[in-house]
Design a protein around this ligand. Sequence first.
Ligand code: HEC
Length: 195
Amino acid sequence: MKRQLFAAAATFVASLTMAPLAHAACAVDVTDPFELDAAAIDEIYTCLKDEMAEKYAKEGDEVAAAYRDWTVSSTRPAVAGAHGNRLLQTFANDVAAEQYLKFAEEGVEMPAGSVLAKESISISSKKKEARTGPLFIMTKGEEGSAPDTADWVYAGVQPNGKPMKFKQSFCHDCHVAWEAQDMLAYPLEEVRVSN
Ligand code: HEC
């Protein structure tokens, strides 16, 4: 009996010391991310929010360290389909925010120095859990600086803080579909913040 009590106490203490790591994955009760409703998404975001920003910033990436202080473009993360059916939420830096948050559909030209950072949450349907996905980044350079990608540079930070590796064309070939919006796809209409 005493022994059992001791074991229970030890487990309790261990759970206390492990508390900061306890949220590496958050339980979800759907297998299809499109079935998540707003309340379920809020719950997931509350569970992962703090550790996401910490993870991205772990290796000193400048955007990762700054983006949470930028202007958020949606009322909550949402699943759009692209980017692996992940929950997505985009932040715009000071240079980008005014134009980005207009969500304009024609003749958009983002100013050089614009940065959009999009955090993501992966839902594993097998394990029924939510985890931090990559941070996706688009940076607009000076005119002529990257002619193949309309002066955008695409980048990504993994949840371990390290840069993602991919070809610029991998991202741009899809984003070019929104050419009239200067390659920007914008958040789903139902979650856009009103400007
Ligand atoms: C198959 C199409 C597709 C590919 C490939 C793709 N994206 Fe996107 N991207 C989208 C869509 C759709 C959105 C808007 C959805 C949302 O944020 O809710 C988006 C949004 C973004 C945003 C927020 C700015 C915006 O467009 O509104 C960033 C930043 C971004 N993507 C970066 C990247 C990077 C970096 C890559 C390559 C690693 C990439 N994307 C590959 C479709 C794609």
